[in-house]
Design a protein around this ligand. Structure first.
Ligand code: PA5
Length: 438
C-alpha cells in the first residue's frame, strides 16, 4: 500500500509473498469486490443511513455524557459497569488506557475519581463476592443493555438493587444509571421504577459496534479518558477508507480482501490477532466478539483467536508454526525500541549475556515481534503486520473503527449480514424459557 496519513502502518510484505500467501489473482479479485462494498459504505455515510458512520463526528451526546459522569462521580468510590457482550467488551478494552491500576490502589490513594470496573460474566460466586466487596453507599452501577431485556444484566441489576436496599440505602436512583434503547423494556422500566437516569443507546448501532457511542463514552469519561481523541482517531480511520481512491488504498478493505482471498482457497479457518502490547490485550477480546458474531453465519466464517506477545510465543507459537495452518496472523506492534528498563551492561556481560547488555526491555519486545513474524512467514504462514506509534485514545479509536469497517466489508464479501446475531438471540430465548419452566 502506498504511504498515507494513516494512524497506523500496515504491511502486507509477509502476507502477499511466500508459501502462506493467497494466489495474487484471488487477492485481486477480492479487492475488486471491495470496491462495491466501499461504494455501499460511501452511500451509507452520505445518506446517514448507517448510524455507526456518523458516531465519530457526533458532538451532541458528549455534553450529556459529561454531565452524567459528574453526577455519578459525586461521592462514589466504585463505578460497577454491568452488561454483557457488546454492552461491555468495548468499555473493557478502554480500561487499558487509564492511568490508575486497581480498585484497592485507587481507594487507598486520595483519588477524587471513582474506580471503574466491569462485571459481565454472571458467575454466581464471583458476582456475590464482588457485591459483598462494594461499599453500598459509595458504589454506583451503570447498567448497559441495548435491548434492555438481557437476562444476565437484569439479574445483576436486580441483585445489586437488593444488596443496596438490604444495606439501608434509601434512594436507589442515586446509585444507578441506565444506558438502553429509548423504548419500553424491563431495564427501562426498572430505571423508571426507581427514578434513575436513563441515557440512550443508539437505535441504529448494534451492541458490538457501540463502543464509540454512549456505551463506551460514559465509562471512558469516568475513567478520565479523552473521548474527543478517541472519536478523532475513529474519524481519521473512517476518512481514510471513505476517501481512498481505490480499495487497495483503504486499509479496512485491504484487510478484508486478504481474509477473503485466503477463505476462497479454503485457507482461513482461523484469524489470529496478536498484539505485542499489554494495552491491547483486552482489545483482542472486543475484536474477537466483533469478528465472530458478525461473520459466523450460514456455514461461513473463521474463528478469531486473540493472543498476546511476547508471552504467547511460549504458549501458542509452536501450534501456529507447525499445526494445521489455514490461518491469517495479524501481528500488532507499537514503538517499544529503546523503551523501558535496561539490562545493566556489566552484570549481563559477566553472565555471558552480551546480546542483552545495555538493552532495554522494549528492545527485547521489538526483537521478539520481528522474530515471530519471520518464524511464521518462513514456515508458510500468512502474516499481516500493523504498527502504531503508541496506544492512546486516538490510536485506540482508529483501531476500533478500522476493525469495525474491516468486519463490515468482510461481511459484504462473504454475503452475510454483519449486523445481526440470530445465534445469540436463540440462546437468550431458550435460557429465558428454561428459567420460566423452573
Ligand atoms: O453484539 C451483540 O449484539 C450482543 O453481543 C449483545 O451486545 C449482547 O447480547 C448484549 O445485549 P444487550 O446489549 O441487548 O443486553
Amino acid at each position: 500500500m502506498p504511504e498515507s496519513k494513516s494512524p497506523f502502518r500496515i504491511s502486507l510484505d509477509l502476507a502477499l509473498t511466500g508459501k502462506g500467501a493467497p494466489p495474487r489473482a484471488a487477492y485481486d479479485a477480492a479487492l475488486a469486490d471491495c470496491e462495491k462494498a466501499l461504494t455501499w459504505l460511501r452511500e451509507q455515510h452520505a445518506s446517514r443511513s448507517l448510524e455507526l458512520l456518523g458516531i465519530a463526528t457526533r458532538k451532541d451526546d458528549l455534553k450529556a455524557a459529561s454531565a452524567a459522569a459528574s453526577a455519578i462521580a459525586k461521592g462514589t468510590k466504585t463505578v460497577a459497569v454491568l452488561g454483557i457482550g457488546g454492552s461491555s467488551l468495548g468499555g473493557q478494552a478502554l480500561t487499558a488506557l487509564r492511568a490508575g491500576e486497581s480498585r484497592s490502589a485507587n481507594q487507598k490513594s486520595k483519588a477524587t475519581t471513582p474506580f471503574v470496573e466491569f462485571h459481565d460474566n454472571p458467575d454466581p460466586f464471583s458476582w456475590e463476592k464482588s457485591l459483598k466487596g462494594f461499599d453500598p453507599k459509595k458504589t454506583h452501577f451503570v447498567a448497559i443493555s441495548k435491548s434492555g431485556g438481557t437476562a444476565e444484566t437484569l439479574m445483576q441489576v436486580l441483585s445489586a438493587a437488593d444488596r443496596l436496599e438490604k444495606a439501608g440505602v434509601k434512594s436507589l436512583k442515586k446509585h444507578f444509571t441506565i444506558i438502553t434503547e429509548p423504548h419500553k423494556s424491563a431495564l427501562a422500566d426498572f430505571a423508571d421504577s426507581i427514578g434513575a437516569p436513563k441515557l440512550d443507546h443508539p437505535l441504529g448501532i448494534g451492541g458490538r459496534y457501540s463502543v464509540l457511542s454512549m456505551v463506551g463514552i460514559l465509562p471512558a469519561i469516568l475513567m478520565g479518558l479523552d473521548v474527543k481523541a478517541l472519536r478523532a482517531g475513529a474519524a481519521a480511520a473512517l476518512d481514510e477508507v471513505l476517501n481512498a481512491k481505490s480499495a487497495a488504498e483503504a486499509p479496512a478493505a485491504v484487510g478484508a480482501a486478504l481474509h477473503q482471498a485466503l477463505a476462497s482457497q479454503n485457507k482461513l479457518h482461523t484469524t489470529v490477532l496478536w498484539p505485542y502490547a499489554d494495552r491491547l490485550s483486552v482489545f483482542g477480546g472486543w475484536w474477537r466478539q466483533l469478528w465472530a458474531e458478525s461473520l459466523g453465519k450460514d456455514g461461513k466464517g473463521s474463528t478469531p483467536v486473540s493472543v498476546l506477545g511476547p508471552v504467547d510465543q511460549h504458549s501458542q507459537l509452536q501450534l501456529f508454526r507447525d499445526g494445521p495452518g489455514n490461518a491469517l496472523f495479524t501481528l500488532m506492534t507499537v514503538d517499544t525500541k529503546g523503551k523501558g528498563l535496561t539490562a545493566p551492561k556489566a552484570r549481563a556481560k559477566a553472565l555471558g549475556l552480551n546480546y542483552l547488555a545495555g538493552r532495554k526491555m522494549g528492545d527485547l519486545v521489538d526483537a521478539e515481534a520481528r522474530a515471530t513474524a519471520q518464524t511464521l512467514f518462513k514456515n508458510g504462514r500468512c502474516v499481516r503486520q500493523i504498527h502504531l506509534p503508541r496506544v492512546d485514545e486516538f490510536h485506540m479509536g482508529a483501531l476500533m473503527m478500522h476493525f469495525m469497517l474491516e468486519t463490515i466489508i468482510m461481511g459484504k464479501l462473504m454475503g452475510v449480514d454483519p449486523f445481526d446475531q440470530p445465534g445469540v438471540e436463540e440462546g437468550k430465548i431458550l435460557a429465558r424459557q428454561y428459567l420460566a419452566e423452573g
